[in-house]
Design a protein around this ligand. Structure first.
Ligand code: GCW
Length: 688
């Protein structure tokens, strides 16, 4: 049975810059590099589709249009007869390169990629696909590319067995798991291979293959699942991606038969050391473990009166001898809060737990911090935790899967959100950004990286919504280069995926560029968050979480709405930020409108910086957002016949659902605010 699988951003046409001419691949010394075979396969695939040739030795009578080589290969070539000019230009400059970096030179119709490793060559090859064919004429390039983030990782929330509530992939909206089916690793790993290829083309270099909520079946992967892990690692290795496993802190008891998981117990320590040794004996380049501990019911060190540094270091000491890393999540809060209790603020939790532990984590620990203090809402401030642990390796965690941003039924291009997070200056304009901190830039700092929850599954489009492929693409690109303009990344994705049709590209850009803003317009306003249906988190339910134990409240009454997180009169959360943000957010005068209700409780008549009141803003944005969502359906008519029919039809069907859902959001939100405030819409539009 053959099922259609979307080529995503690597359709045959995108390979033309590589495959249309003669490619010389000269990589002395890399014969044992497992990624080199992938580079060879890409070149051969491209050549077979576009009529080009691939050479493994310099032939003066066959001038190469593309040269892929190592520094040693470059030196040999530069001295050879008939070497293209671009080779000499590259050899003259010969920049220092890291193991992942590459030098891209184009002159006189030849493009040269120089890298020290198979990974560098692979990244350079994909950069070449992005810049396109050499123009006949004098198009020149001379660029050194190095990843800003050494760690660029995707976490999968995939279960081995379908969970009764969460299904096979927790918060997954793209079908089943690419890896696991009915409790086992899939026999046929063709899709995994295709997935690894897509990820590597964006620069992703690490992956965790199971859910951070570790159930019984997944817990056993650590002991009984090593064959499966080894098979996965073998696929990913060829694409320069290291494999990781999410483990349960209670594993010494649940799969090890011990009576405790206390991190200070010598038997527990030995158990972890032996478990790790077995993993690395089987998979020498294994990446390490991901751990969700003392969070939403997962076991952790608190049960033994220990803290998170004790817990994380236990695992770190087991993996460190093998060069592994422990990604320890900072998503720790009380999920059994009494909604009547106004003294507890979930936003404070990660900082309260982890900031005091700075300096106590081993080098092999990366503390993985969600980008906002709550949970992947459409708008949140940046987590103050990222500024609070200068002596700890930190990773920022982003969410590609659209749990709270439309669940891959709505178009919501998240590049602009992530870009804003990564470029956020934690100590004020001009100072170090989130990207800087997690990259380990700065004296003594060590990298933790960018980690994101994947949105991919075994759906024929990989991501459910075909346009959600752009999010997967952008995540990798922004992790590599956080300074990129996210809309330029969007255009890059459009061009690779849909080819040179300019009118179509313009249309797609219009559908997607403002889609995050539009989603924010018709959903929870001004940073307040969580007005979704409890449990599955799709669609509006303004009070759905208001009287629950989850700590996610908006406190609307007849007079006003929002959470007072000030030091003066509220929970004191603003005090977790360094200057200037602690004061910017504290004051109603300076708090940015889009975060107003996150930081302040205000009357409905509070006036925003554009002169409208809070309640009028809600009406205006909800009418505007729902209209914009509705217009996408018409706009998409213009793409009919210009994209593959099955892609067009899938998008069309989902746009209708988005328009319907946006109307529902509009009407429920507007009605709620009208009924609570009693203030009519200044423009007299229909509210129920
Ligand atoms: O966003 C929430 C999700 C949970 C998830 C949790 C987490 C994997 O609703 O499904 O669990 O965050 O990040 O651990």
């Amino acid at each position: 049975m053959t099922t259609h699988v979307s080529p995503a951003w690597l359709p045959d046409a995108a390979l033309a810059p590589l495959g249309a001419g003669t490619v010389l691949l000269l990589a002395p010394g890399l014969d044992d590099d497992p990624v080199l075979d992938t580079v060879v396969a890409e070149v051969e695939l491209a050549a077979s589709h576009h009529g080009g040739r691939s050479l493994r030795a310099h032939d003066p009578s066959a001038p190469a249009s593309v040269v892929l080589t190592t520094p040693a290969g470059l030196t040999d070539l530069a001295g050879a007869d008939g070497a293209p000019r671009a080779v000499r230009v590259a050899a003259e400059r010969a920049p220092e390169l890291s193991a992942e970096g590459f030098h891209l030179v184009r002159t006189a119709g030849t493009t040269v990629v120089v890298a020290r490793t198979g990974a560098g060559l692979l990244y350079g090859l994909h950069a070449l696909l992005r810049v396109g064919s050499a123009p006949s004429g004098e198009g020149t390039l001379d660029e050194v590319h190095e990843p800003v983030q050494p760690i660029r990782m995707l976490d999968h929330w995939d279960n081995l067995l379908p969970h009764p509530v969460m299904g096979q992939v927790e918060r997954g909206y793209s079908g089943g798991s690419l890896f696991w089916s009915a409790g086992r690793l899939r026999e046929d790993l063709t899709r995994v291979e295709g997935y690894a290829r897509l990820l590597a083309s964006t620069g992703i270099n690490r992956i965790a293959v199971n859910n951070v909520n570790v159930h019984e079946a997944e817990a056993r992967l650590l002991t009984d699942g090593l064959d499966d892990l080894a098979r996965l690692a073998q696929v990913f290795r060829r694409h320069a991606i290291r494999t990781h496993l999410s483990v349960s802190f209670a594993a010494p008891m649940t799969v090890g038969g011990l009576s405790t998981a206390d991190p200070l117990d010598a038997h527990v320590q030995r158990w972890w050391a032996e478990a790790a040794a077995r993993v690395w004996a089987r998979i020498p380049d294994f990446g390490g473990f991901v751990v969700k501990a003392d969070s939403e019911g997962q076991p952790g060190p608190f049960a033994y009166g220990r803290d998170h540094a004790d817990g994380a270091n236990l695992l770190a000491r087991a993996v460190a001898p093998h060069g592994g890393t422990v990604f320890w999540r900072a998503f720790v809060y009380d999920h059994r809060q009494d909604w009547r209790d106004r003294s507890t603020d979930r936003a404070r939790a990660a900082h309260d737990h982890f900031a005091p532990l700075d300096g106590r984590f081993d080098d092999a620990v990366v503390l993985q911090v969600k980008h906002g203090p709550m949970d992947f809402q459409v708008r949140e401030p940046v987590s103050p935790v990222i500024a609070a642990l200068p002596g700890t390796r930190l990773a920022v965690e982003l969410q590609v899967t659209q749990e709270y941003t439309g669940q891959q039924k709505h178009v919501c291009y998240l590049g602009p959100l992530w870009s804003q997070v990564l470029r956020f200056p934690l100590w004020g304009e001009g100072g170090a950004t989130v990207a800087d901190v997690v990259a380990g830039r700065g004296p003594g700092a060590r990298p933790g990286g960018v980690v994101a929850v994947s949105n991919a599954g075994d759906d024929e489009f990989w991501t459910g919504h075909p346009l959600a492929q752009a999010n997967l693409y952008a995540l990798g690109r922004l992790a590599w280069a956080p300074e990129l303009d996210p809309l330029a990344v969007l255009d890059e994705w459009i061009r690779l995926t849909f080819g040179p049709d300019g009118a179509l590209a313009g249309l797609l850009h219009r559908v997607m560029d403002g889609s995050w803003r539009t989603y924010e317009d018709y959903t929870a306003p001004l940073g307040v968050g969580f007005m979704v249906r409890p449990g599955h988190h799709y669609g509006p339910d303004v009070d759905g979480y208001e009287y629950t134990p989850w700590g996610t409240y908006h406190f609307a009454d007849r007079d006003g709405i929002g959470v007072d997180r000030t030091r003066a009169t509220g929970t004191g959360y603003t005090g977790q930020y360094p200057a200037p943000w602690r004061d910017v957010y504290e004051s109603l005068e300076t708090c940015p409108d889009e975060l107003l209700l996150f930081f302040h409780h205000v009357p409905y008549g509070h006036v925003l910086s554009d002169g409208t009141t809070v309640v009028q803003h809600v009406y205006d944005t909800h009418f505007r957002g729902a209209r914009a969502a509705g217009e996408l359906v018409e706009l998409w008519e213009g793409a009919r016949g210009r994209v593959e029919e099955r892609t067009w039809a899938r998008v069309r069907e989902l746009l209708e659902e988005q328009a319907r859902s946006a109307r529902e959001w509009r009407d429920q939100l507007n009605t709620y605010f009208l009924r609570h405030s009693g203030i009519p819409d200044a423009h007299g539009r229909t509210i129920f």
